[in-house]
Write a protein that binds this ligand. Structure first.
Ligand code: PA5
Length: 445
């Protein structure tokens, strides 16, 4: 169960802000539930944990089993919402060192999420002679980064296995009916999975976009969906006391109104790093528009207490923290006694690492609040596919609430086009000649 603790942000906001915001939160909730708000063509994710395509879900499992049996590596080609969720879940549940571990499941390499030649070469080198498959994920089917990477990996597969066999190792997750990738997949005979029309990239982790790579890594996707479904039912409750997404959405909006412009998501678990990246995209792309929106940042504690801790404690007071507190670790490590005690740490001997981490969490919380940093705590049960499913849905729903409170469309991303237009013009794409001339004039002074 997700539980939101707002005790440590209360002194920074007006005591009755929840009452003041109640009608607006309720209105935001109704927009999500009834599909009456801006961007309502893209709220398929709201009912997704119950209303997903069960036949496709079975095909995802079958494809994952096939990849596990015929491949030592899976290359996941996608960018933004087409890869961050899968990477977040896999690293969180299977470790950031997943590829280095001894296991019965394939290594998973993420490609096409940038334009680094060296990164591309490195993935090719790491695959080496291993049998591999490719899951190319692009809703539009035309995004430059994954399309470029897919050319390389498709060629590699075709050279290794021949065109016909290669086609059996390519899985395309894309639009149901449209787009360049869908056309190519149909022509070449790739197995295809659907990014539903009404689910945008950053809300798509619980569709085939996330589920296929996650299943290949051996994660229980039934449990992931069950957690999300239970949280969906919780978030449907129209009352603040019973709805953690209302509590979090209202609290972060209120902090924003009081001048806190940056939200720092913190976790005391290194494997949570890519969940933070997923969260940053979710909130940044949903809210950062019309010159509004909290800037979403993230830190990994306690490591970053030794780098960002100084700023958080004493820098400009324009931020607040949201700390994801994960339940007990899966392992127990008791600190050994040392007869010499040169480091003076024998007072910790016999204590386990979770106990020490807990005191670090509490000590940091008190110090940061004292230093003027409001803290929201999101308590999560012991980390599992189920609890991560709950957390994913919780953040998605809160984001919808929060976006509507901010009075923006939480489901579009018009600003992403600006860099693309300039890049295409500078690359000489036909149709961009005028813009190219203007940009070159600027660049050359
Ligand atoms: O959330 C989004 O919509 C974006 O991050 C997209 O997922 C990203 O730009 C990739 O788009 P596509 O899946 O069309 O290649």
């Amino acid at each position: 169960m997700i539980q939101v603790n707002l005790t440590n942000m209360q002194s920074f906001v007006t005591p009755n802000y929840e009452t003041e915001l109640a009608a607006r939160v309720r209105d935001a909730h109704d927009k999500l539930q009834l599909g009456t708000g801006a961007g309502s063509d893209y709220i398929g994710w709201v009912r997704l944990p119950a209303d997903y395509d069960k036949d496709e879900f079975a095909r995802i499992k079958a494809a994952a089993a096939k990849i596990q049996s015929d491949s030592k590596a899976l290359v996941v080609v996608g960018i933004g919402g087409s890869y961050l969720g899968a990477r977040g879940v896999i690293e969180c549940l299977c470790s950031a060192n997943y590829n280095l571990k001894k296991k019965n499941t394939p290594n998973i390499y993420f490609a096409g999420n940038g334009l680094s030649s060296d990164q591309l070469s490195e993935v090719v080198e790491l695959i080496g002679d291993d049998d591999f498959s490719v899951n190319v994920i692009s809703k539009s089917g035309t995004t430059t980064e994954p399309a470029v990477a897919f050319r390389f990996f498709r060629k590699l597969l075709e050279e290794k296995y021949g065109v016909e066999e290669a086609a059996k190792r390519i899985y395309a997750t894309t639009d149901r009916a449209r787009g360049a990738l869908k056309t190519l997949a149909d022509e070449a005979g790739y197995e295809t999975f659907v990014v539903p029309d009404d689910v945008g990239g950053r809300y798509s982790v619980l569709t085939a976009v996330g589920l296929l790579p996650i299943a290949v890594a051996g994660v229980d996707i039934d449990a992931l969906m069950a957690g999300a479904a239970d949280m969906m039912n919780t978030c449907a409750k129209p009352e603040l006391a019973a709805n953690p997404a209302w509590q979090y959405g209202a609290a972060r909006y209120e902090l924003y109104r009081t001048g806190k412009k940056i939200e720092v998501l913190a976790a005391y678990e290194p494997n949570f790093r890519f969940m933070c990246e997923w969260w940053k995209q979710l909130y940044g792309e949903s809210e950062g528009k019309e010159n509004k929106g909290l800037f979403p940042a993230s830190v990994e504690f306690t490591a970053d207490l030794h780098s960002m801790g100084q700023y958080i404690q004493e820098g400009e007071r324009h931020l607040f923290e949201t700390v994801v507190r994960l339940g007990a670790s899966n392992t127990t490590n008791v600190i050994p006694f040392d007869t010499v005690n040169g480091d003076g740490l024998n007072f910790l001997a016999g204590k386990d690492m979770d106990f020490v981490r807990q005191q670090a969490m509490d000590g940091t919380l008190l110090a940061h609040v004292e230093g003027g940093v409001p803290n929201i705590i999101v308590n999560v049960d012991k980390l599992s596919a189920y609890s991560l499913g709950e957390l994913i849905y919780f953040f998605e729903y809160s984001c919808g609430i929060s976006g509507y409170l901010l009075e923006v469309n939480p489901f579009d991303q018009p600003g992403v086009e600006a860099y693309k237009k300039n890049m295409f013009a500078l690359l000489g794409k036909p149709g961009y000649e005028e813009l190219r001339a203007a940009l070159l004039a600027k660049l050359n002074g």
